[in-house]
Design a protein around this ligand. Structure first.
Ligand code: BV8
Length: 253
């Protein structure tokens, strides 16, 4: 069903039009229409590997070459794609509120490339790397032709600055995300299966804080039962329609 047919409920439009504070949680589904494979959809990233095989510190120590190459492959994919209308709609939505927070599980940086500024990266960013020994940030020298998993000048191994399974999320990101969810009047959870914690707790945090919570996802997620409303549509179609309706509502207010 295209979102042009899908009707956003009056409750959602009222909550969004009347809110001064809005928070959004995004997952891999928001980047799907840019051509970045999701994790758990058929053919997704995890369908060929088990998460523990790749996205964990032990996996990295056991096979740094495989894990590093997997992230290099994903960086190449991300650099070859562009933000899609869903990303741009969220960047425009941010300009409509005095307090807007975009909390993302995605490590692809596409929200910022689309112009979003108030972005909280819960799981880090694939374009940043650091040394596991001396913790120094690391990036390849322009003239450096990388083959295999790089080493720091101190001899330590270089890893991507992403949060692996079993690793804690960045404290500042958790602080900002939970605060934004707790104070917002409307919360959207978009393009996430709701399988990964603690990020999947955020819609409940928002609901318990009094927010109206809606999900945008072609398929109901594992946390659909925790939201007020499920809009079964893709984010690249639904979000531009939602923002257009919001713009009209706020102009007429
Ligand atoms: C931690 C980064 C403390 C690297 C990733 C309870 C509390 C705390 C922890 C846990 C807990 N229960 C279990 C845990 C452990 C674990 C966990 O959640 N396991 C799960 C699998 C059960 N959590 C952790 O380990 C976290 N750490 O809590 O630290 C701690 C310490 C020690 C011991 C215990 C706890 C760290 C989690 C972060 C892991 N890192 N990635 C990398 O990217 O390589 S996870 C990975 O999954 C990505 O970050 C991804 O963003 C995230 C969530 O996936 P989604 O984004 O939702 O993507 P998915 O493919 O699943 O779904 C896509 C959705 O999009 C689908 O619903 C689809 O229908 C929809 N879609 C498709 N197309 C579209 C669309 N939607 C809209 N439009 C479209 N066009």
């Amino acid at each position: 069903m295209s979102a042009r047919d899908s009707v956003f409920s009056d409750e959602l439009l009222r909550a969004l039009a009347g809110a001064s504070s809005v928070a959004v949680l995004t997952g891999a589904g928001v980047s799907a229409e840019s051509g970045v494979p999701t994790f758990r959809d058929p053919g997704g990233l995890w369908s060929r590997f088990r998460p523990e095989e790749l996205a964990s510190f032990d996996a990295f120590l056991n096979n740094p070459e495989l894990v590093w190459e997997w992230y290099e492959h994903r960086r190449k994919v991300i650099r070859s794609v562009a933000p899609n209308p869903g990303h741009f709609a969220l960047a425009e939505m941010e300009t409509m509120y005095p307090d807007f927070t975009l909390i993302t599980q995605n490590v692809d940086g596409l929200h910022r490339r689309a112009g979003s500024k108030a972005v909280v990266e819960l799981h880090g960013n694939i374009e940043r790397s650091f040394c596991i020994a001396c913790k120094s940030p690391w990036s390849p020298r322009a003239d450096e032709s990388l083959s295999g998993a790089p080493l720091c000048s101190c001899g330590g191994r270089i890893r991507p600055e992403v949060v692996w399974f079993g690793e804690s999320l960045p404290a500042a990101a958790v602080r900002d995300a939970w605060a934004a969810a707790g104070r917002c009047g409307a919360f959207l959870t978009i393009g996430t299966s709701g399988e990964v914690y603690p990020a999947a707790q955020l819609p409940s945090v928002a609901r318990e804080g009094g927010a109206y919570v809606a999900e945008i996802n072609p398929r109901r997620s594992s946390i659909a039962h925790r939201v007020h409303e499920c809009i079964e549509a893709s984010s690249g179609v639904a979000l531009p329609v939602l923002v257009e309706q919001l713009r009209k509502l706020r102009l007429s207010a």
